[in-house]
Design a protein around this ligand. Structure first.
Ligand code: C2E
Ligand code: MG
Ligand code: MG
Length: 240
């Protein structure tokens, strides 16, 4: 499990992390989650893996919430199959209690793939998650299909603008327009907006001018193992 800092755009302070899986295989080397997550989905292995991810993320955040920031935010990616489990919300509720995590500090990231099926179970799980006070964010916003109708129909709290749009905002006026519109729309719907994949100071300055709320990207930090992430928090909290 790796953790990538989520920063407040106004002051660049770390306010939380996204939990990201890593797999190092002795024969294959490092396998990207973009490759192994879809296979884990197909085989059903995503269910135990997903539970492992939530436990690791909660255990780390409990530590960071008690040592650094009580409101430290933890974002966890949830895949479609996990979401379709009828026991998903029960599992989430019991892990929140077991790791002493305040539901308001947790954000589950879903992609349109989760919503696409339109199953009733997805609807009821989304409302149940909302009811227990856990936030829901739309990941990779701008890619895929008709995200706008989903935003209206489901109880989202956050919009994560896909890094493919952030990538060219300094060179492509069209992308800059789109990102500005996504931020304005998010704010109009009372959502916070996160920009993914901020790599340069220039991108950061533009997003700051557009009043984007939060950011993630190599400019601030790559995803890090727990101990290295903690060193960043430690540095941020050292008295000047
Ligand atoms: P995602 O949720 O959109 O995660 C953001 C991806 O962008 C991560 O890739 C992260 O390392 C990468 N990234 C962050 N900042 C930058 C940047 O400045 N530049 C560039 N080029 N990339 C940046 P990663 O870790 O390879 O994960 C890929 C995808 O795999 C994730 O996309 C997510 O959909 C999925 N994934 C990762 N961990 C999990 C997990 O625990 N459960 C599930 N269901 N999916 C996961
Ligand atoms: Mg994500
Ligand atoms: Mg994303």
């Amino acid at each position: 499990m790796y953790f990538q800092p989520l920063v407040d755009i106004r002051n660049r302070n770390i306010v939380g992390a996204e939990a990201l899986l890593r797999w190092h295989n002795p024969e294959l080397g490092n396998v990207s989650p973009d490759e192994f997550i879809p296979i884990a989905e197909q085989t059903g292995l995503i269910i135990p893996i997903g539970q492992f991810v939530i436990e690791q993320a909660f255990s780390a955040s409990h530590h960071w919430q008690s040592h650094f920031m009580s409101q430290f935010k933890i974002a966890i990616n949830v895949s479609p199959k996990q979401f379709r489990e009828d026991k998903f919300v029960d599992l989430l509720t019991s892990l929140l209690a077991q790791y002493h995590i305040n539901p308001s500090s947790v954000e589950l990231e879903v992609t349109e793939g989760v919503l696409l099926s339109g199953d009733q179970i997805i609807n009821s799980n989304l409302s149940a998650i909302n009811d227990i006070g856990v936030s829901i964010s739309m990941d990779d916003f701008g890619t895929g299909y008709s995200s706008l109708s989903y935003l209206r129909s489901y109880p989202f709290d956050t919009l994560k603008v896909d890094k493919s749009f952030i990538n060219d905002i300094t060179v492509d006026p069209g992308d800059l327009e789109l990102v500005g519109a996504a931020i304005a729309m998010g704010h109009g719907l009372n959502l916070s907006v996160v920009a993914e994949g901020i790599e340069t100071e220039e991108q950061y300055q533009l997003l700051s001018a557009l009043k984007c709320d939060y950011g993630q990207g190599y400019l601030f930090s790559k995803p890090l193992p727990k101990a290295e992430f903690e060193a960043l928090l430690d540095a941020q909290h050292k008295p000047e």
